[in-house]
Design a protein around this ligand. Sequence first.
Ligand code: ZN
Length: 74
Amino acid sequence: MAERAAPFYCPYCGDEDLRMFGETHGQWRCGACQRVFGLRYLGLASDWTTAVVPSPESPASSAAPAATEKGLKP
Ligand SMILES: [Zn+2]
């Protein structure tokens, strides 16, 4: 998927007349209620109640450098 999916409904009034607005990617304008809103990627959350962990747009491999922590030396 080269392009991000577009929102289908206005989060404020539920109308479907949404069009990209302005020059900044992720900003949309609702033709029904005239509201302009933005969609932005925040990060990853492993659960519904955990805090968001900022991460790159493309989640990298989860290989953690745990072996280099102190106390793990043989
Ligand atoms: Zn609207």
